[in-house]
Ligand binder design. Sequence first.
Ligand SMILES: [Mn+2]
Length: 418
Amino acid sequence: MLFAHLSDIHLGFQKHEALQKIEQTVFEKALDECISRKVDFILIPGDLFHVNIPEMRVQKFAFAKFRQVHEAGIPVYVVYGSHDFSPVSNSVIDLLVAIGYINKVTKVKDSEDGKIVLDFFVDKKTGAKICGFSGLKVGKDREYYEKLDRDSLEAKSGFKIFLFHSGISDMKTEAGIEGEHMPLSLLPKGFSYYAGGHMHKWNHQSFGEYSHVVYPGTLFAGYHSDLEENSKGQKRGFVLVEFEDEIKDVSFVELENTSYEIIEIDANNRKADSINKELVEKTQGIDPVNKIIIIKIDGEMTSGKTSDVDISAIRESLYQREASAVEISKSRLTSKEYLITEAKGKNKVEIETNVFDENIGQLRFKEKNLIGDAGVVLAKKLLSELVQAKLENEKIPDYASRKRQDALGVLGLKLDDS
Ligand SMILES: [Mn+2]
């Protein structure tokens, strides 16, 4: 008997058309593989979708593919992830459940004296007993697991699978992933297989009473950093498991997504001119045709503004040379000239004033109202306009344009209508 374990597909994450196409193709390829290899069932422990209600384009191809899987007679067992979670079952997952294409396996039998008692979902064809917990919003998972009645689950015999969507501290290998990791001891012991989601890299480990704790990782990408990992050779795919009354084999099925080039630039102690020159040289040295190009610029410049590093020309030229997508990361690029130093104060207003006071001396402008005490006053006014949140029912473009008008008003400027 055979089952497939996929996770963190994050359908709907990609915004760029070429990347959306890859996202869709890899998903379809994975499920086609499951059909052609005649798996008995499929497990997806979370983040199947990037948000609980993705756009219609995504819903259409997802439904079409799950319909094929359903018609091939393959049951799909899921829990929510942290991204497609909905506390009131308002997720596209629930539509797929309602029409019978997939099954949500969290069956809470009752909650007596604060304990959560789970029931198994029995797979008709293989008799496998499946249960699991959804991933909640960051940090809440642990509370929930602490209430889980593990004894009743451990007491049941048979081939048992537990689906979960959390980081496990015992097998922590990825840095920088959102949320906290919890200890393996919060999961029920003695199951045959622990089908994990949330961690985006393929990982398979066994520990004493917990054998086969497995993450397939993402199929393509659910964070921007995943694309960077891909460009550095990270393998992506899903897990295929052979079993009888116990696990016989766990293997990783690699699915290629596309080709990449990565350009990394160290901006430390440099000026924009020299960084721009290196950018041009390095991009000229690669063949970008039909590839995803990742450009990463990190470090602290000696002077000038980070916006002097000219990425728009580079982006444009790479697209002209038929790159399929260009992803540029400047989020860790800073400049000494604009390094903000901290300041203390008795309350929020005082801290803000002191931060502006401490730092305004760095600015070299001719306009008198942007520097000195006048600059501090202006900065405070601007900040008080910009911290105001979106109104209830206000659309984002309306909010953005209102804030732009407010900011320009504070600065005494007018927005050109052209
Ligand atoms: Mn994920």
